[in-house]
Design a binder for this molecule. Structure first.
Ligand SMILES: O=C(O)CCC(=O)C(=O)O
Length: 295
């Protein structure tokens, strides 16, 4: 018995590793998130460097503020926190990966009009291998998402394939070139939809997104979570401050001390580069990129 997803949607997710639910959230929720973003944009005006709340584009200056990411927004915004615990987010996740869910992280990627940074192709699971792969990210689409404003793109079915080598010169660089591993760029699918839609992508699916060169912003709020019985493998980039802290991250259901093991490929994202823990900084270690960058 499922809560919100029908059998066809579940089969689509299992087959392709992604799902888009159009117009899933009420307009008021999106309006409240936009009001929160405006608050953080004001804060960015007072900053010259990224901090533990806000991640700034390399081209940011206080006069021309450029916010790239709001980090862990559920900790600094009640709106984001309340949505995280709501059935809007948790019901579809429960339908896909079971009743007991633990938060991995949250982030709000801004991808502003004209310069919003690209994210090179990667698998989330390459950053945080776990004992099983009942791991997914729900993306709240805040602005209408079309081809021109840098939608999230995925390789359907890649969640059933290898965990690709995300290292450069022996150091974890958080991305790879799809064509170098035999993926055909023509197979990539854009996850588009009007504001208020949500995307769901599997932790092992290959995904990325291009620079936003349009005149519209493209903001997505990601909630990343996993089944409570998926435990991080040593070397995973999962934050681990002991079991008590780990259990405070339960979103619903019951924690467990019995990890479930699945026979799946694993690579350890170590050693780490000596940069702040941010996908944008880690991917600077790449020697070749798929997407354009902007200075
Ligand atoms: O914002 C995007 O388009 C991609 C984000 C992503 O994959 C990530 O932050 O890990």
């Amino acid at each position: 018995m499922t809560e919100v997803l029908n059998a066809e949607q579940i089969a689509h997710y299992e087959e392709t590793g992604y799902l888009v639910l159009e117009r899933h959230l009420p307009d008021e929720v999106i309006a409240s998130i936009c009001a929160e973003i405006a608050r953080f944009e004001e804060e960015a005006r007072t900053m010259t460097a990224s901090n533990d709340r806000l991640d700034l584009e390399d081209s940011h200056t206080p006069d021309d503020p450029r916010l790239r990411r709001i980090k862990l927004p559920h900790r600094i915004s009640d709106v984001v926190r309340d949505l995280m615990y709501s059935d809007h987010i948790l019901a579809p996740a429960r339908d896909l990966i079971g009743p007991s869910l633990r938060l991995h992280t949250t982030k709000l990627n801004m991808k502003s009009a004209g310069y919003g940074a690209a994210v090179e192709w990667h698998q989330d699971y390459a950053f945080y291998p776990h004992t099983n792969d009942d791991i997914l990210a729900i993306g709240v689409i805040i602005d209408d998402m079309e081809s021109e404003n840098g939608p999230l793109m995925v390789y359907p079915g890649s969640h059933k394939g290898p965990v690709y080598d995300h290292h450069v010169d022996g150091v974890f660089a958080g991305a790879f070139l799809p064509e170098a591993v035999g993926l055909n760029p023509a197979d990539a699918v854009e996850l588009k939809g009007p504001a208020g839609s949500i995307s769901i992508h599997h932790g092992r699916i290959v995904h990325g997104s291009a620079l936003n060169t349009s005149d519209r912003s493209r903001r997505i709020l990601f909630y990343e979570m996993m089944a409570a019985d998926a435990f991080p493998i040593m070397g995973s980039m999962t934050k681990w401050d002991g079991i008590e802290d780990y259990n405070t991250r339960m979103l619903c259901g019951e924690p467990t001390l019995t990890p479930r093991l699945k026979d799946i490929p694993i690579r350890i994202p170590q050693p780490q580069p000596d940069v702040p823990i941010s996908i944008y900084e880690i991917q600077k270690g790449l020697k070749a990129r798929t997407f354009e960058t902007i200075e």
